[in-house]
Design a protein around this ligand. Structure first.
Ligand code: CS2
Ligand code: MG
Length: 402
C-alpha cells in the first residue's frame, strides 16, 4: 500500500495549526498534527523539504519501520521540530491503518481499558474570586477536574490567565509579549488561592496547578509543602526539567503529586524522572513526543514505576492531536488524566471530529482511524499569521522562564 501523495496544510482558524495529510494508492488518507506553537513553519519546512520526498513510495503499513527510518535516518536526533515531524507521519499512518482495518485507533492499541477518559479544564481569573467563579462555570459544565490559575497581586501579567472563560491562547501575533515575574509574590499568593477553592468547592473536586517552569527546586519544594493541606491532583512543571535530578530536592520535601513533560519530545527527556519516581504524571503528547509509536514506549516505561499519563492538551495542539490522544488515553493501562482546552468554533469547523465531552469525561468515538478530518477549502480561508509565545523577565529585567 504505497503512499502516493503527502501535503502540509498550514492554517490559522483563530490560531496556527500544521497538519500533515498522507494519501495511499488506494485513496485512503491519514492526518497527523505537526503544530509547534510559535515555531510552526519550522516543522512545516522539515516535513515539506526533507520528509515528504522520502515518504512518497513507502509502504503505509510499515509504521514502526517508517518511525525508525526518520528517527535514525536523520542522524541528528531528538528535538521538538524533528519529533513533531515524525509524530505527524506516525499519527497519519495509524489513522490510515485504522481506516483500512475499519477500526477506531484505540482498538488497534489493545482496545479500551476504561469506558471514558477523565479530562480537566482551565479555570483562570485576574484574582481569586474571578478564578473561583470560572471554576464554578466549569463545574456547572460537568468537569470533575479543574486547573486553576490566577493573576498575582502586584504583577501586571502572569501565566495561564486567559481571555474569556473557556479560551486561553498564550501566543500573540508579530512579536513575543513581555511578561514580568516575581517568584516571591507568586509563592506568597498561591496557597491562598487553593485554600479559597477548597473552602468553596470542598475536597472532592480534583484541583491542578501549573507553575510553568518558574521556580527553583527548593522554591518548588516550599510551594508543594504549603499546598499539601489542599491535596492537589498535581503541581505541574514546578521547575525546568532539563535537570531531571533537580526533582530529587522537591521529592525530599513534599508529597504533593508532580507532573512534567509537555515540552519533552523523547523518552530520554524523562527516563531518570520516571525511573527514580521523581514524578507522578508524565505529560508527553502525541504531537510533540514522536507520535503514538513513541508515546506508547514512554507510557510503558512509566507503568513499571507507577507513573501515570497526563498528556498535554492545550489549544495549540490541534483536534487531530486531541483525537489521537483520546484513543491512546482510552487504551493505555496507566492513564491518569487528559488536559482538554476546548478549541474555538472556527477550529472545530476546520477539523470536524467524532470525539465528545460529557460530564467531565471524553471518548474518541468509534469512527475508523482517528475520527478527525480536515476541511481543506475552509482551512485555506485562514492563512498562517506569525505568532510568538511570550517571554518572561524578573522585575529587575533578568530573563526568566515563561
Ligand atoms: C500549558 C500550555 O496547558 C498547559 O499546561 O503549559 O498552555 C502551554 O503554555 C502552551 O501549550 C504552550 O504552547
Ligand atoms: Mg503546562
Amino acid at each position: 500500500m504505497k503512499i502516493v501523495d503527502a501535503k502540509v496544510i498550514v492554517c490559522c482558524p483563530g490560531r496556527n495549526f500544521v497538519t500533515l495529510k498522507l494519501t495511499t494508492e488506494d485513496g485512503v488518507y491519514g492526518l497527523g498534527d505537526a503544530t509547534l506553537n510559535g515555531r510552526e513553519l519550522a516543522v512545516a519546512s522539515y516535513l515539506k523539504d526533507y520528509v515528504i520526498p522520502l515518504l512518497i513510495g513507502r509502504d503505509a503499513r510499515r509504521i514502526e519501520d517508517t518511525w525508525q527510518y526518520f528517527y535514525k535516518g536523520a542522524y541528528w536526533r531528538r528535538g521538538p521540530v524533528t519529533m513533531s515531524a515524525i509524530a505527524a507521519v506516525d499519527t497519519a499512518l495509524w489513522d490510515i491503518k485504522g481506516k483500512v482495518m475499519n477500526a477506531p485507533l484505540y482498538q488497534l492499541l489493545g482496545g479500551a481499558s476504561r469506558d471514558a477518559v477523565l479530562v480537566y479544564g482551565h479555570a483562570s481569573g485576574s484574582g481569586i474570586e474571578e478564578t473561583v467563579q470560572a471554576a464554578a462555570h466549569y463545574i456547572k459544565g460537568g468537569y470533575k477536574a479543574i486547573r486553576a490559575q490566577s493573576g498575582i497581586p502586584g504583577l501586571p501579567s502572569t501565566y495561564g490567565v486567559g481571555r474569556g472563560v473557556m479560551y486561553y491562547e498564550p501566543a500573540e501575533k508579530d512579536a513575543p509579549p513581555e511578561n514580568s515575574w516575581s517568584s516571591e509574590a507568586y509563592m506568597n499568593f498561591v496557597p491562598s488561592l487553593f485554600a479559597r477553592l477548597r473552602k468553596e468547592f470542598g475536597n472532592e473536586l480534583h484541583l491542578l496547578h501549573d507553575v510553568h517552569h518558574r521556580l527553583t527546586p527548593m522554591e518548588a519544594a516550599r510551594l508543594g509543602k504549603e499546598l499539601e493541606p489542599h491535596h492537589l491532583f498535581w503541581l505541574e512543571d514546578p521547575t525546568p526539567a532539563e535537570l531531571q535530578e533537580g526533582f530529587r530536592l522537591i521529592r525530599q520535601h513534599t508529597t504533593t503529586p508532580l507532573a512534567v513533560g509537555e515540552v519533552f519530545n523523547t523518552i530520554y527527556d524523562c527516563q531518570q524522572l520516571i525511573q527514580e519516581q521523581l514524578i507522578d504524571y508524565i505529560r508527553t503528547t502525541v504531537v510533540h513526543a514522536g507520535g503514538i509509536t513513541h508515546l506508547r514506549r514512554i507510557a510503558n516505561l512509566a507503568e513499571m514505576y507507577q507513573v501515570r499519563t497526563g498528556s498535554h492538551g492545550a489549544t495549540d495542539l490541534s483536534p487531530v492531536c486531541m483525537g489521537a490522544a483520546l484513543h491512546f488515553d482510552l487504551s493505555v493501562h496507566n492513564f491518569g488524566i487528559q488536559e482538554y482546552m476546548k478549541h474555538t468554533d472556527e477550529t472545530d469547523r476546520v477539523f470536524p471530529h467524532a470525539y465528545k465531552f460529557e460530564n467531565g469525561l471524553m471518548h474518541p468515538g468509534d469512527a475508523p482511524g482517528l475520527g478527525v478530518d480536515i476541511e481543506e477549502e475552509l482551512a485555506a480561508k485562514y492563512p498562517y499569521a506569525v505568532a510568538y509565545l511570550p517571554v518572561n523577565r524578573k522585575l529587575d529585567g533578568t530573563m526568566h522562564n515563561w
